[in-house]
Design a protein around this ligand. Structure first.
Ligand code: 4FN
Length: 252
């Protein structure tokens, strides 16, 4: 997979893309990163990439010209690198909310190419946005630029590429695939700040532990993120586990 990012802060993306699972996946050659600064495609002496909004008002807008040139250069680099049909994605608050499902779709074609556009200022001239394939939003909050959203998308995709995770990481990963929140985790020591580790986890009874964890995951998801359960039918056994979990919760 090849991912290019068009950004006014390429160093920010380059630096963050070196760490952890995604950095290791990159070292392994599972994905390649290209960076394009629209400032390098500006035509004036000041290397201007933004201008005042037509119609007036506060803030500045990223100009279509330099962005279009940077996107063209990124697409050409993708083609030269064996990605004939790169998909262009604008990280934008107006995009479709990113989901695990969409991440898996984007990661599902390991030979695919993506060109991500990270905005700054008040955003991007709409005529340039109209030339892109897709808009994706990371969440409902104001951020200063699209770089961190782009990095979140890259992180989410890269860790799904075949060979990105070692066996232990892959095993953990499979537990996320249930569509539920995680169960609570504990490690040593057995007592911390007057609180003990739940007894079942010390029992050595692996079936009981698995059942308790599944129950915790169901209970937490039902109370904290009921929206995640909306698209997921519960089995009869899960209904029983959840009902029992609810009875055990302190009231009030
Ligand atoms: N944000 C909102 C409403 C209006 C503007 C913003 C906002 C960065 C270039 C876009 C934001 C959120 C999720 C990219 C936010 C995302 C961005 C994202 C983003 C600078 C213009 C801007 C209603 C969400 C609070 C600034 C809501 N996912 N504008 O943040 O790029 O990808």
């Amino acid at each position: 997979m090849r991912i290019d990012v068009v950004t006014l802060f390429p160093e920010m993306v380059e630096h963050a893309a070196r760490f952890g699972v995604t950095g290791r996946a990159r070292e392994r050659g599972l994905w390649r990163l290209g960076l394009w600064n629209p400032r390098d495609f500006a035509t004036d002496n000041h290397r201007t990439v933004d201008d005042r909004p037509y119609g007036g008002g506060p803030g500045m807008v990223m100009m279509a010209g330099p962005l279009g040139q940077a996107l063209d250069a990124a697409r050409a680099a993708q083609r030269a690198d064996g990605c004939p049909a790169p998909r262009t994605i604008y990280l934008s608050p107006a995009g479709a909310p990113l989901s695990h499902r969409r991440v898996m779709e984007l990661a599902g074609a390991p030979d695919a190419g993506y060109v991500l556009l990270a905005g700054r200022y008040e955003g991007v001239d709409e005529r340039l946005v109209a030339t892109l394939d897709e808009e994706i939003a990371i969440g409902d909050f104001v951020v200063s630029g699209g770089e961190l959203p782009a990095l979140m998308l890259i992180d989410a995709i890269a860790r799904q590429l075949p060979g990105a995770l070692n066996d232990a990481e892959s095993a953990v990963q499979e537990s996320f695939a249930t569509g539920l929140l995680d169960c609570p985790h504990y490690t040593r020591p057995e007592h911390h700040a007057g609180q003990a580790v739940p007894e079942v986890l010390l029992s050595g009874n692996h079936a009981a532990i698995a059942r308790w964890r599944h129950q915790q995951a169901l209970g937490r998801t039902a109370t904290r993120r009921p929206d995640l359960l909306a698209g997921r039918a519960l089995t009869q056994d899960e209904e029983r586990l959840l009902a029992a979990w609810r009875r055990e919760q302190p009231t009030g």
